[in-house]
Design a protein around this ligand. Structure first.
Ligand code: SF4
Length: 493
């Protein structure tokens, strides 16, 4: 399908350049709308009767081929889908894959409560961003409606997490919908229970209930037929579960890719819905299998966690818009959340931090001055390494447009002119009584240029920021004294 251009959008805008949307012109608004950086409602003129038709056409035009479907509550929403391209470099992927953890309703109340709270509190920080889990999948393992309702109540009383209700029993879903307070994800309608599920959900809709429904089948044609039937019955927020086979992940990926390709490249509306992956199947596959890989990883729990994380990452790479997992160990979730962060950063925007001067520890006038770049991964790695190793220094962060050290050296941003500007802007010369600048080893070739332009003495440090602490402990006092002697400063103090 041809991608909508900014010009296509512009043609339907009022073209008054009135700036009421906060943009300097209608063309600027069109560009932002194309890039999903502004909401169509920001243009008040489009809301007038004269432009009603244009607004409708625009909404149709900018609606992504993969429908955006959400569940959750006002405080926390899990948004799935919304993608327009097969490959991230063509535009960007939107709506980071929500990751849910299961809780079986057969667990004792206290365990349900503790596991729910653990899932809600789980967090770790990477490159300045807090990475968290997104929802709780309550599994009706008991097949008992009362137990399911009890688990939902406990989770709702103790957390604000969005909920997925997992039961193939339409009657249990019906009862669960009576107690759930937010918009849940319902897992799942199958070929067998579809008619009954539609009946239950139509009734729930009449009573004002809102939900998103997962359709589950390993056959793409069947999923398509099920989607058509749901749409005909007014159930429009759909998600596909094309089955996750841990013993045959190639078939699983084939299904995922087939669905996404049909939606994006062929514009198949009945397949234009988000896809749910179930790495939890991989966990139980290993856990329940005899002699699987025990000679390699004797601890079955760990082996199950490793396989689950692997499958989660494979599926996320191939269009999974939501995942349900079982493992909660940090070593299992960290690679999954890290990959998600990497996939869903916008490739069109450099990941950068504010350039400037950052004191690390409590630096004084004798502390070293170290210069790095404002690529956020570099910055947070450097700061993390320095804090871990109790490094005290003044960290100068150069504006390289979000490029890493070696890339900005090659591209000419890590240079004398920019270093001079940074030194002047940060007034670092007022904070230290020396003029020594430590450069990363990867920037060694810029030493002459920086010395010429700034008048500072450059010292080439280490290749890796984790070695800086050791480097300073061994060398900094000597470097500082030699510099002061050379500049006759020791006697003047
Ligand atoms: S508010 Fe609408 S008409 Fe006015 S500049 Fe923005 S897009 Fe154009």
């Amino acid at each position: 399908m041809a991608k909508v251009s900014a010009m296509d959008i512009y043609k339907l805008l009022p073209k008054t350049n009135c700036k009421k949307c906060g943009e300097p012109s209608c063309m600027a608004f069109a560009t932002k709308l194309q890039n999903k950086e502004i909401d169509i409602d920001k243009c008040p003129i489009l809301n007038t009767p004269k432009f009603e038709e244009n607004r409708k056409k625009l909404i149709e035009m900018i609606s992504p081929p993969v429908k955006e479907v959400w569940f959750g509550n006002d405080k926390k929403k899990c948004v799935m889908g919304g993608d327009e391209v097969m490959y991230r470099f063509e535009l960007a992927f939107f709506n980071p894959t929500p990751i849910g953890i299961d809780i079986a309703d057969t667990l004792p109340d206290e365990e349900i409560k503790n596991r729910a709270k653990y899932i809600e509190d789980f967090t770790f920080e990477r490159t300045g961003e807090k990475l968290k889990l997104d929802f709780i999948a309550i599994r009706n393992a008991s097949n008992d409606a009362e137990k399911l309702k009890n688990a939902i109540k406990i989770v709702q009383e103790n957390t604000e997490m969005p909920i997925a209700i997992c039961s193939l029993n339409p009657n249990n879903i019906k009862e669960a919908l009576d107690v759930v307070k937010s918009k849940p994800l319902i897992y799942a309608a199958t070929e067998d229970n579809l008619d009954e599920m539609i009946k239950v959900l139509k009734e729930a809709k009449k009573n004002g209930k809102n939900f998103a429904l997962v359709l589950s089948s390993n056959n793409v044609k069947t999923l398509k037929q099920m989607a058509a039937k749901c749409l005909a019955n007014g159930i429009e927020d759909l998600v596909f579960d094309p089955h996750t086979y841990p013993e045959n992940i190639a078939d699983t990926i084939d299904n995922f890719v087939m669905i996404r390709r049909s939606a994006i490249e062929r514009g198949d509306k009945y397949l234009g819905f988000p896809i749910l992956g179930l790495p939890i199947n991989a966990y139980y596959y290993v856990k329940n299998k005899e002699n699987l890989i025990e000679s390699f990883i004797p601890d079955k729990e760990k082996a199950a966690g490793i396989y689950e994380a692997t499958i989660a990452n494979v599926l996320m790479n191939r269009y999974a818009d939501a995942l349900i997992m079982h493992g909660t160990e940090i070593w299992e979730l960290m690679p999954v959340l890290t990959l998600r962060q990497a996939i869903y950063t916008d490739p069109r925007k450099p990941q950068a931090v504010e350039p400037g001067l950052y004191p690390i520890g409590n630096p004084d006038e004798n502390s070293p001055v170290i210069m790095t770049t404002n690529f956020s991964l570099t910055y947070y790695t450097v700061v993390g390494d320095f804090e871990k190793d109790n490094v005290t220094c003044w960290l100068l962060v150069l504006d390289t447009g979000g490029r890493a050290v070696d890339v900005s050296v090659a591209g000419g941003q890590y240079c004398g002119e920019n270093a001079k500007k940074l030194i002047e802007e940060t007034k670092i010369e007022e904070k230290v009584n020396h003029r020594i600048l430590i450069l990363p080893a990867l920037a060694a070739s810029t030493r002459g240029d920086i010395e010429d332009k700034t008048g500072w003495t450059c010292v080439v440090g280490t290749r890796d920021s984790s070695q800086v602490g050791e480097f300073l402990r061994k060398n900094w006092e000597r470097i500082l004294n030699e510099w002061k002697e050379k500049n006759n400063l020791n006697n003047k103090q």
